[in-house]
Design a protein around this ligand. Structure first.
Ligand code: ARG
Length: 459
């Protein structure tokens, strides 16, 4: 029997029923649904809308249902959605008192409440996973603050950078992601219950009691909006999308840096896979999968934005489509963060190789131009002189480090003996002392700043 069967002569057709149902996926909301019903009935009894006795029966029944679901004794099936399932189950157990639970409530404000409770928990869990990843990145940065590596633009070696600065760059991205979830929480943490189907209710309810019982920070201020607002789903999915974008970039770097061509990273065996035909292969499937899964999370964001856009006020069944995408994005983001973090903890860096690579391919050319510019040569002219030096080196098979002082002087009289120190990759990285720059000092300051922001994130 449907909750709404009274008005109908005949039951819903089997195919329509199958198409209409949401229980197969919204059963994930069972705990949120029961939590919200406990609060709602508590409020109803405090306001005198239902009796104390009914409330006691309702609470007993709901708690029993919750523990049976959790023990596996009660299987969630056979109803249109989780709200119908819990209510039917309650009525089966306690009769008329159970039928009073839905007073001053609609499934429209109920589902909005349940889904916000669920999304709030989920956002907090993702923040936790992001914090773990940032902590792991910081640990690696701290270990490698005395090492350098090549920095790239256009995937060509550009300038030597501090290793810690590299890892800090990703920490900055994931820090913004965690802060974005924390900010989205302000708008997720709003209670719609008490909005009824769309227009509120004439029962003497007290929404403040329910808000407090459910630990919501705020209460919705317009019942039409409250039952049809799915902005929080879109925001959550956008925050998920950026996490995946950042993870995907990190995975791409991990894949590249672990190739024999780069050789900066040794992937742990435990997080690599082999080939069924090529015995020598060690493949970075985990990274590739994270990169690949980014697409489906973007897809869910596009889907919810598209679902929302043409829906007239207030609730429409279109909104039932808000859940599966969020559940899938949640699983994808959580799994990706967890597995990448675990893998990162087991990765080894080939510091020798990184430091050697940092010094190759004229990465200190900018430092040579800066050397001249600081000594009065206009930067554009200095740039030209160094361009010629690079060509000279290429012709003679030399590097900036193997050039003698005489050879430098032949290109410009401004050069002095200290140029030979300037072209050392470590000195180059360490000379860029600007805030956020590639020096050891700047990288250490970067770590301090990250730690301070980490402490400000929600628990
Ligand atoms: N399963 C529905 C959803 O997820 C619950 C709300 C149903 N409301 C209604 N008026 N049919 O949106």
């Amino acid at each position: 029997m449907k909750l709404w069967q009274g008005r109908f002569d005949s039951p819903i057709a089997a195919d329509a029923d199958a198409f209409n149902e949401s229980l197969s996926f919204d059963k994930k909301l069972y705990k949120a649904d029961i939590t919200a019903s406990l609060a709602h009935s508590e409020m109803l009894s405090r306001c005198g809308v239902i009796s104390q006795e009914d409330k006691t029966l309702i609470h007993g029944g709901l708690k029993e249902i919750l523990s049976e679901i959790e023990s596996g004794a009660l299987v969630i099936e056979g109803q249109e959605d989780i709200h119908s399932f819990v209510e039917n189950e309650l009525v089966k157990r306690i009769g008329d008192a159970g039928k009073r639970l839905h007073t001053a409530r609609s499934r429209n404000d109920q589902v909005a409440t349940d889904f916000r409770l669920y999304t709030r928990e989920s956002a907090k869990e993702i923040i936790k996973l992001l914090k773990n990843l940032i902590r792991t990145l910081i640990t690696i940065a701290e270990k490698n603050v005395s090492h350098i590596m090549p920095g790239y633009t256009h995937l060509r070696k550009a300038q030597p950078i501090n290793c810690a600065q590299y890892f800090n760059a990703y920490s900055e991205m994931f820090m913004r992601d965690a802060e974005r979830f924390a900010d989205a929480l302000k708008r997720i943490d709003v209670m719609p219950l008490g909005s009824g189907a769309l227009a509120g209710t004439s029962y003497p309810i007290n929404r403040e009691i329910t808000r407090e019982l459910l630990g919501f920070k705020n209460m919705s201020q317009n019942s039409l909006d409250a039952v049809s607002d799915r902005d929080f789903v879109a925001e959550y999915l956008f925050a998920c999308s950026l996490v995946m974008a950042h993870l995907s970039r990190l995975c791409e770097d991990t894949i590249l840096y672990s190739t024999s061509e780069f050789g900066f990273i040794e992937m742990p065996d435990a997080y690599s896979t082999g080939s069924s035909i090529m015995p020598q292969k060690k493949n970075p499937d985990i990274c590739e999968l994270v990169r690949g899964k980014t697409g489906r999370v973007y897809g869910h964001l596009t889907a919810i934005l598209t679902t929302i856009k043409g829906v007239p006020l207030a609730y429409n069944k279109d909104f039932q489509e808000d859940k599966e995408g969020l559940f899938d994005a949640e699983k994808t983001v959580k799994d990706s963060l967890a597995v990448y973090t675990a893998m990162l903890q087991a990765i080894t860096l080939n510091v020798k190789r990184m430091e050697k690579a940092a010094a190759e391919d004229f990465t200190c050319a900018t430092d040579v131009a800066d050397y001249l510019a600081v000594r009065g040569v206009p930067f554009r002219t200095a740039h030209g002189v160094v361009g010629k030096i690079v060509r000279y080196c290429l012709e003679k098979g030399k590097t900036l480090e193997s050039m003698s002082l005489e050879e430098y002087k032949a290109h410009s009289p401004v050069f002095d003996a200290d140029i030979l120190k300037t072209v050392k990759a470590k000195n180059s990285a360490d000379s860029r002392n600007s805030v956020g720059g590639s020096s050891k000092k700047s990288a250490r300051a970067g770590i301090r700043s990250l730690k301070a922001r980490l402490a400000k994130l929600p628990e």
